[in-house]
Ligand binder design. Sequence first.
Ligand SMILES: Cc1cc2nc3c(=O)[nH]c(=O)nc-3n(C[C@H](O)[C@H](O)[C@H](O)COP(=O)(O)OP(=O)(O)OC[C@H]3O[C@@H](n4cnc5c(N)ncnc54)[C@H](O)[C@@H]3O)c2cc1C
Length: 423
Amino acid sequence: MTSIAVIGAGITGVTTAYKLLLRGFDVTVFDRQSYAGMETSYANGGQLSASNAEVWNHPSTFLKGIKWMFKKDAPLLVHPAPTWHKLSWMAEFVLAARHYEENTIATTQLAIAARRHLLEMAETEGFDFDAEQRGILHVYETEHDFAHARKVNALLARGGLHRETLTPADIARVEPAVKGDFVGGFLTPSDFTGDIHKYTRKLAEACIRRGASFRQDADVRRLTSRDGGVDVTWRDLQGDDEKREEHFDGVVVCAGVGSRRFAAELGDRVNIYPVKGYSVTIQLEDEDSRAAAPWVSLLDDRAKIVTSRLGANRMRIAGTAEFAGENRDIRMDRIAPLIQWCRIRFPGMSTAASNPWAGLRPMMPNMMPRVGRGAQAGVFYNTGHGHLGWTLSAATADIVAGEVAGAFTRPAVAGQTMTALAA
Ligand SMILES: Cc1cc2nc3c(=O)[nH]c(=O)nc-3n(C[C@H](O)[C@H](O)[C@H](O)COP(=O)(O)OP(=O)(O)OC[C@H]3O[C@@H](n4cnc5c(N)ncnc54)[C@H](O)[C@@H]3O)c2cc1C
């Protein structure tokens, strides 16, 4: 049986492992954490949002970014230290504006394709992940922002996404809990939300039931291409810490912000930058808070904040983009605007019991995930999903598993289809 190592047990690694198992591979997943889904796939915004498929490489975003640099509580923060990685990434980010339209449309198509795969895996394996299928509501407080959103909407429509344009009265009807001086909004009925960590953990359990091996607490030190396959060198962080080496016929790199280093070892350039974001998970401890919290997921365009209701008693609020390298510190001055926003939008909801979190979005300069073969035989990538890893992974996992199957000339399992990934 052909052996494949998957590096990383976040949402991309675990969905990839599952799709490889369906195609008959012998799968081993490596992760330095003790459990699956402990890094970026832990407490994100929760949105499965084709409606958020607009890539950020747009001149209006560059201008906003420059203004935000001088505002303390802005959604964007760029650490002033000019590292080569940051500067080269930003230069590529600006150049990728040439592909803004086609990449936005391609991301929309991929996000729509991903829904079926994501729901199918949960249904087949019979697990719950606090999914709320109530759509996602985008709200705007200025005519200027709403006008830009209409243009974006035209691109999303070209990608096949149906959305409803809302008046302020419609917004109040769709989600009575949200307060604001809105000029309009969009509802995307087919978008939904769920708990990424629960999903990743449950799918990892399903992979184990289907025969995968999970090496947790396994810090992968090096990937070496050899004899048409790959050597994985790792240390057991909970055991003897001795260096171990295993050979596989192939590898799929799904290591989030760690993927760039592995790619360099394997002769590929995968220019992922870690873009930090924050979330707070609020426990809705009393009846008033539960009633005052929204059920419909929101994206507040100006504040760049998203919300998800994770069952009756939990609500997640997430946002901000911070360019500060591989730094996972939770800064309370970045958490405070999230809480403050919540108190303004949902005044009756207590924020007393809230858990702050920070995660690193593995972001490519053109905002498109790196999916497919590397330069060396047996090397594949499914990584760099940036702000949309939860939304896109189920589809890109299917694509990369299809490519691996093609490379090892294995027949696809009946019922599994390859989804097309645009540019
Ligand atoms: C604040 C915030 C809000 C977000 N909101 C949304 C949202 O609403 N919707 C959406 O679609 N996306 C959202 N995202 C993005 C999404 O969470 C990520 O794109 C996704 O979780 C990335 O998954 P991943 O598997 O690529 O990375 P990870 O989950 O980080 O997984 C990579 C794994 O690789 C392992 N690893 C790395 N290096 C090594 C090594 N050397 N040895 C062993 N293991 C290693 C890590 O331990 C980790 O478990 C958000 C992100 C943030 C930060």
